[in-house]
Ligand binder design. Structure first.
Ligand code: GLA
Length: 358
């Protein structure tokens, strides 16, 4: 099994070698699998249509052109083979997922990490969770064709119950930070599915790379607000770079504020993150803005912001547990008044990362 994730802060920083602060949640992908007696793998899903058929020994980039849900499964067979030079056994498997799709909580990384655990076990590879996360990113980048960073796979592979993960995406060092007991993590789903996300995502990544080149650094991790201001960047590149350097700073400050129990500062930083993603990075949308506004003024809300890549999906809110009922009803009625969309609030437990479940 492998979980989805929410990201508390540190958005669009991972492919700039920056900091992120996600947590694995109690919505997960579970796979029951056995070695196949015949050549070829057969994969079914309780939620998705069609039976995925591919050859674990020959699956390779370029085969995902039809964009089917089992591409992630075939892609992981390729990534593990590519890394280890060992053959992956064909499998018969059935998948069940409770990770919402299109809500920005990484249903695809959860599927990748569950497959990684499956082949790690069946092929006796004994690869570390961190390595499995890197192979998930390789699958995403080279097999699926989305140039994502490594946050989602790291959170799904290395999550710990009750803890968020402060990850330095350059060194892949992880520091576990307890989520205070009296706070609930609430996923505030706009019910607006993410749209056009992979092309806009890849475009943002290119803009960051162009910004780093113009600043003469290998990644925006090395840039500062002062160096971004001093360079003569075009207005779009300037705003993209400003988001990344200020978001890295917010992520560090958030860790400290959470640690010393400074709730006002936690809230301020989450709000500043949302505003930066909205105004400088331009990955929010009317529905995410309406949901964030609704959360900020609902009772018991410590902080809220959009989570994940953006362009639809969900906000994450940290909410006082004793105000959860009031928070949820005020949040959803304010959101519905604004959008007529009927959002949904899911309270999530912060869960363990990918592992063999039985
Ligand atoms: C997606 C990607 C991550 C990360 C976020 C934005 O979830 O998969 O690598 O870049 O978007 O923070």
């Amino acid at each position: 099994m492998a979980p989805g994730r929410v990201n508390l802060i540190g958005e669009h920083t991972d492919y700039n070698e920056g900091f992120v602060f996600p947590a694995a949640i109690d919505r997960q992908v579970v796979i029951a699998a056995r070695r196949s007696q015949r050549r070829g793998s057969a994969i079914n899903s309780l939620e998705r249509k069609g039976c995925g058929q591919f050859d674990a020994a020959t699956a390779a980039p370029g085969q995902a052109l039809d964009r089917r849900w089992w591409d992630y499964v075939a892609g992981m067979a390729w990534a593990l083979r590519d890394e280890t030079n060992k053959e992956m056994p064909d499998v018969e498997a059935i998948i069940h997922s409770t990770v919402p799709i299109g809500s920005g909580v990484s249903s695809s990384a959860a599927l990748e990490m569950a497959c990684a655990v499956m082949w790690n076990e069946l092929a006796g590879l004994a690869l570390e969770p961190r390595t499995l996360a890197k192979l998930g990113q390789r699958c995403e980048n080279r097999f699926i064709g989305v140039n994502s960073g490594i946050m989602d796979q790291m959170a799904s592979a290395m999550g710990r119950a009750g803890h968020a993960l402060f990850i330095d995406t350059r060194s892949l060092e992880v520091e576990y930070a307890p989520v205070p007991d009296d706070l609930a993590v609430v996923l505030c789903d706009t019910k607006k599915p993410r749209a056009l996300s992979s092309s806009a995502y890849n475009e943002r990544r290119k803009q960051c790379e162009a910004g780093a080149r113009a600043l003469g650094v290998t990644s925006l991790r090395e840039a500062t607000l002062a160096s971004v201001k001093a360079a003569s960047l075009d207005p779009i590149t300037f705003r993209r770079c400003r988001h990344v350097v200020t978001e890295n700073q917010r992520c560090i400050e958030f860790k400290a504020a959470l640690n010393r129990g400074d709730r006002a500062e936690v809230g301020r930083l989450m709000r500043a993150s949302h505003e930066s993603l909205r105004d400088d990075y331009e990955v929010s949308c009317a529905e995410l803005d309406a949901m964030a506004e609704a959360a900020w003024s609902a009772p018991g809300c410590v902080g809220a912001r959009m989570t994940g890549a953006g362009f639809g999906g969900a906000c994450v809110a940290l909410v006082a547990k004793n105000a959860l009922g009031e928070f949820t009803s005020e949040l959803l009625s304010a959101y519905d008044r604004e959008t007529n969309l009927g959002g949904e609030a899911l309270t999530c437990d912060v869960a363990n990362g990918a592992h063999r479940a039985c």
